[in-house]
Design a protein around this ligand. Structure first.
Ligand code: ATP
Length: 375
């Protein structure tokens, strides 16, 4: 029995989550999998009513679950960041979900952002989720606080700007420090190479900028080489700028990319564009030994909330990712296949890809395909 916490959340979150749950019910019934759902009404409405974002008592109840399925968070009535930081980031850190897993697959029937036949777009992103430039180490040095290393800077300014510069103003600086720890790199790389092995992928691409940020990504590279040897899976090193170029020119070459936090953030959005847009992109925030959380990549999309226009595929594929991570890989494959069949047919498509199918009709189509019937 897998115990799933469901947080439908805000905006289109409840609409797309409803369809994901229907699909999960259907596949669980067909495959005799036992899934137990408990819904948690966290999000904007709950916050506006009670001023509670994520009560400690709720967090304790979530600790007893095997996974969390989340719709979306964010509402124009609530200051940006309150719900995102208070729920999403708090859960991510509380459960130490150090892997951000993002499959980027372009299914048949979805228009590609790229020209030509790009059917081979099928890559996994494993993004480190806790370190790098996200550790919150930074500050500002204001005038007079630290002069020594500013002398050189001043010379550069003089050369460049000649006269008329307020040097006191120019001296102020801000800095943000990135951190890679050996343990932090090792655990995400072990996950990435382990995943490559379990999916029969014969190349892991490590993304970094080791030619400039030599210290942090030098250490990262040492760990990549060791993880590659440990797991017996070949690897290559690529600079982030080259990866961006290849993702457009020949995305088919990538199978699994493992990235430090910041580069992963940027490249996975490029990945979402390659797979047909935000409506199709699933994700998981994973702690392999703890409580993982699965959610579509898109946000609450308040502009289309409640209108039945939202594409539920990202949420449905997130639930498949959850099944896979919980060990129900056959059921996960069935859900993915049903989604692929529906999209390939071309009869159903939500407005984000120019179709007229509503959110619930898209869910119907996937459920019916799973049940082995068609309309
Ligand atoms: P957030 O700040 O909550 O992440 P955002 O403004 O970055 O949100 P989203 O809410 O994810 O972005 O979406 C941006 C736009 O993309 C939405 O306003 C909506 O028009 C469209 N969109 C997002 N998700 C979907 C979806 N599942 N189906 C259809 N359109 C979508």
């Amino acid at each position: 029995m897998s115990k799933i916490a469901v947080i439908p959340g805000d905006g289109i979150g409840p609409e797309v989550t409803r369809e994901a749950l229907r699909v999960l019910d259907e596949v669980a019934r067909g495959d005799s999998i036992s899934l137990e759902f408990e819904e948690f009404p966290l999000g904007a409405a709950h916050y506006l009513e009670t001023e509670e974002v994520l009560p400690d008592e709720t967090l304790e109840r979530l600790e007893e679950k095997d996974a969390v399925l989340l719709g979306a968070l964010g509402d124009p009535r609530v200051k940006p960041g309150v719900l995102e930081k208070g729920i999403l980031l708090r859960l991510r850190f509380h459960f130490d979900q150090f892997v951000n897993l993002r499959p980027v697959k372009l299914y048949d029937g979805i228009p590609s952002a790229l020209s030509g036949d790009r059917r081979g777009v099928n890559m996994w992103f494993v993004r480190e989720n806790t370190e790098d430039f996200y550790v919150g180490l930074g500050g500002r040095v204001t005038r007079g606080a630290s002069r020594s290393d500013l002398v050189l800077k001043r010379k550069a300014y003089e050369a460049k700007f000649d006269i008329g510069i307020d040097l006191k103003d120019e001296e102020e600086m801000a800095y943000q420090i990135g951190v890679i720890t050996r343990g932090g790199a090792r655990r995400v790389l072990d996950y990435a190479f382990g995943l490559a092995k379990s999916k029969d992928l014969d190349l892991v691409t490590s993304v970094d900028k080791a030619n400039v940020l030599t210290e942090m990504y030098g250490l990262w590279r040492e760990e990549v080489a060791e993880a590659s040897a440990r797991h017996g899976v070949p690897s290559e090193f690529q600079y982030v700028d080259a990866v961006a170029l290849h993702m457009i020119r020949n995305p088919e070459r990538f199978k699994l990319l493992v990235t430090p936090n910041l580069f992963g953030d940027i490249l996975t959005d490029l990945g979402a564009a390659l797979q047909g847009g935000l409506g199709f992109a699933p994700s998981g925030n994973i702690n392999p030994d703890g409580v993982s959380m699965f959610e579509p990549v898109h946000g609450s999309a308040p502009d289309i909330a409640g209108l039945g226009l939202a594409n539920p595929v990202g949420a449905i594929l997130s639930s498949a990712l959850m099944l896979d991570t919980l060990g129900h890989s056959d059921a996960a494959a069935k859900v993915e296949e049903a989604v692929q069949d529906v999209l390939r047919d071309g009869e159903h498509g939500t407005p984000d890809i120019g179709g007229t199918t509503s959110t619930s009709k898209m869910g119907d189509a996937v459920v019916e395909r799973l049940a082995g019937t068609s309309r």
